[in-house]
Design a protein around this ligand. Structure first.
Ligand code: SAH
Length: 253
């Protein structure tokens, strides 16, 4: 087998990483800056698995350490997010093509959302890695009945989960009320989902020229019941999805 690039698997939540670690028999742990980096192999590929931490600063630090200290050459991120776009429902998947920080505002000096010093507000994910991840996500959805039983699907109304691709926005806020959600939809009509880490990874990966791909499972609709839906969904659904998607992605390499 030809050597493939050392790949980071990053999850926002412990449950998601657990499914990866369970399949990494030769792993060893390196702790840097309070983060546990699990180094080993997955489906024969060299990987480093780590929790991103919650929020943009924690995520940016983790991304920088992965690149500078752990020497990863590409990053795959899996997590959950709130759905913003019309038709982006709980149980759907969103593969990011670009990220923006919805709470970046240096106006009136810079246009709203523009990242000072970069002349842009959006950071793209890597096209080829994203294509591969989207393919893996779509085949995982096709086989969803193999890892989600009928009762779980019925409880969350997950009859026909769909895959969306496009803009995800990040900010240091758990969006959980209807008016904040509506404001984001008005301001950023093409945003499909909202979460708290992706844009930080996208900016750091842009700075270092490291390919990034991100998939998020929709856990809530960022509305008044988001905080109720979120923990239930995590336990029952999100961890299964991420394991299935990563499994398919790594098998294609
Ligand atoms: N109490 C939780 C953390 C909640 S923070 C725990 O530690 O288990 C929410 C996490 O899910 C963040 O990592 C964020 O990226 C994502 N997320 C899901 N729904 C979201 C929403 N509506 N708004 C913002 N982030 C959301």
């Amino acid at each position: 087998m030809t050597a493939s690039p050392r790949t980071a698997i990053v999850a926002a939540l412990h449950d998601e990483l657990a499914s990866v670690l369970a399949l990494m028999p030769d792993e060893h742990k390196q702790t840097v800056a309070g983060r546990d980096f699990w180094i080993g192999h997955w489906h024969g590929h060299e990987v480093v698995a780590v929790l991103s931490g919650i929020g943009k600063v924690a995520a940016a630090t983790t991304a920088t350490l992965l690149i500078e200290r752990l020497g990863v050459q590409r990053i795959v991120f899996t997590g959950v997010a709130g759905g913003l776009g019309e038709g982006v429902r709980v149980g759907d998947l969103v593969v990011a093509e670009a990220f923006l920080q919805h709470d970046m505002d240096a106006s009136p000096i810079f246009p709203r959302h523009e990242m000072p010093g970069y002349g842009r507000s959006r950071f793209d994910t890597d096209r080829s890695l994203t294509e591969q991840l989207a393919h893996a996500a779509s085949t995982a959805l096709d086989g969803a009945e193999h890892f989600l039983d009928r009762e779980t699907r019925a409880a969350f109304g997950l009859q026909t989960p769909r895959l969306h691709r496009g803009l995800i926005v990040s900010g240091d806020r758990f969006v959980s009320n209807a008016s904040e959600c509506a404001a984001l939809q008005r301001e950023l009509p093409d945003a499909l989902a909202v979460e708290m880490e992706g844009a930080a990874f996208a900016q750091v990966c842009h700075d270092f020229g490291v390919p990034l791909a991100v998939v998020r499972t929709i856990s809530d609709r960022a509305d008044d019941v988001a905080h109720v839906d979120f923990p239930r969904f995590l336990r029952a659904v999100a961890s299964r999805y991420s394991g299935a998607i990563l499994d398919r992605l790594f098998r294609t390499w």
